[in-house]
Ligand binder design. Structure first.
Ligand SMILES: *Cc1c(COP(=O)(O)O)cnc(C)c1O
Length: 475
């Protein structure tokens, strides 16, 4: 990449906007509903209101709540609306954050400091189902908390036996997801809540993705297990407004059962020459727009709108799920009920199927252990579910025909080439030697990237490859 410098003379409006529009052409095309990840779109009408609300506070900094009482009011109203939705009583307190990751980082840090206040001797540990979001591992790494990872049961829920036996005198918190991202399955939150009460532990429920779907599904008459503050043992919840809440990115809420618990979240520095510095979450300066947009999303969509979106989501979800169940080559992981699902195959190469679907313009995540395709279904997909099913059926036929295999590797080869460029030379040879039965030269062209990743599972090599890739991407 050539060295990019700040232009000596600033570019014009036309140049800037033209350049951005050109650049965007290579990005994910989510507008037609072909992305089953990353994007949540409330339709043009609502989106226009939310965008307008963002621009209204485009310049304002939410760091100092004294300077912008209007933002403080909007933020406390957002927290209050989310708390109310999740059945938090008066004593429940919360904060807005920049996203699910920050909410989770805060919940872990708060649990650590709260527990250390009670017992300074402990070496804090939290118990994580393997399906819990990596933000928990990130939090553990950042804040020196030990993660104890437990497995899932046959239904892809946190295995309660393993959770129970992982508890030590150093355990401070249990974690459950409603639902967990990989398979869209809700952990046994009620059992976790009972266990937390019995063992006097904190329990964080990660409802980052479920908080703006499950309550409305419940209102629509679907069977939804309790996961929120109605369960006595739940001590904190993370809820993203920028997912099924359809707000602009940069909006999540972390809620705590008591103010005492939340106090462990705050940071205060009184000795700084710059004045007394107090900050409630990780960030310092914060975009006012993310707050006003979140407030606008909740206000303009309303309970009625969210119920309608949830209905459309479920129409698409149930249709896609039913069709996948009918396809003999495919198997859904567990029995997901609420908008998110993943499916695997023991008869065809699921990553090859993923490539075929991608060539037809669909986007989604690829899972591992087991290999699977992951779909986050939202309201926008109600218009494309039939098309997706059609393409899925065609893609399966294609994968079953050996002669198209070469073509279908195109996507893989491209990503493989990208990765190969950043992998240290010696490593490639080592990597290839793990893939039996193919000549090294041929290997470079056709070896399925994910297969190779699988062969490196759990090794330091894989971590190094990804680290190198991140260096490259963040250049
Ligand atoms: C998305 C997600 C997160 C992380 O949220 P970000 O907003 O991406 O930081 C955490 N947990 C679950 C279950 C999620 O789906």
């Amino acid at each position: 990449m050539p060295v990019v410098k700040i232009p000596e003379i600033g570019n014009s409006y036309q140049e800037i906007v033209g350049h951005l529009k050109e650049l965007k052409k290579k990005d994910l095309k989510w507008q037609e509903g072909k992305a089953f990840c990353l994007m949540y779109y409330p339709g043009d009408e609502k989106a226009a209101i939310i965008q307008h609300a963002y621009l209204e506070y485009f310049n304002e900094n939410a760091f100092n709540p004294m300077a912008f009482p209007s933002l403080r009011k909007l933020e406390s109203e957002v927290v209050s609306m989310v708390k109310n939705l999740l059945h938090g009583k008066n004593e429940v307190k919360g904060s807005m954050t920049s996203g699910g990751t920050e909410s989770i980082l805060m919940a872990v840090k708060t649990a650590r400091d709260f527990s250390l206040k009670i017992n300074p001797e402990i070496k804090p540990e939290i118990i994580l189902p393997v399906s819990a979001h990596p933000a928990f591992q990130k939090a553990c790494e950042y804040f020196s908390v030990k993660p104890l990872v437990v497995g899932l049961d046959a239904e892809f829920k946190a295995d309660m036996e393993q959770v129970r036996s992982a508890i030590t005198p150093n355990t401070i918190m249990l974690v459950g997801s409603a639902p967990a991202y990989p398979h869209g399955i809700i952990d046994p939150i009620e059992e976790l809540s009972d266990l937390a009460i019995q063992k006097n532990l904190l329990l964080h429920v990660d409802a980052c993705i479920g908080a703006f779907l499950l309550p409305f599904l419940e209102k629509n008459g679907h069977e939804v297990p309790h996961f929120d503050f109605r369960l006595e043992g739940v001590s904190s919840i993370s809820a993203d407004i920028h997912k099924y809440g359809y707000a602009a990115k940069g909006a999540s809420v972390v809620l705590y059962r008591s103010n005492e618990l939340r106090r462990s979240q705050f940071f205060i520095e009184t000795n700084w020459p710059g004045g007394i510095y107090a900050s409630s979450t990780i960030t310092g300066s914060r975009p006012g727009g993310a707050i006003s947009a979140a407030w606008a999303a909740l206000s303009c969509i309303g309970i009625d709108g969210y119920c309608q979106f949830s209905k459309l989501t479920m129409e698409a979800f149930e249709r896609i799920k039913m069709e996948i169940e009918r396809i003999p080559e495919l198997r859904i992981l567990g029995n997901p009920q609420h908008g998110i699902l993943s499916f695997t195959s023991s008869q065809i190469d699921i990553y090859q199927l993923a490539d075929e679907l991608q060539l037809k313009g669909w986007h989604f995540e690829r899972l591992q252990f087991p290999a699977a395709i992951h779909l986050t279904v939202s309201q926008i997909h109600s218009t494309v579910a039939a098309l997706f099913i059609q393409d899925l059926q065609r893609a399966i036929l294609l994968v079953k025909k050996a002669k198209v295999r070469k073509l279908s590797s195109r996507v893989k080869i491209n990503s493989l080439r990208k990765i190969m460029r950043v992998v240290p030379e010696g490593l490639i040879a080592k990597w290839q030697s793990k893939m039996p039965g193919k000549s090294p030269t041929n290997q470079k062209r056709t070896a399925p990237l994910y297969g190779m990743m699988g062969a490196l599972k759990g090794t330091k090599d894989l971590e190094r490859i990804v680290l190198n890739l991140m260096d490259k991407l963040n250049k």
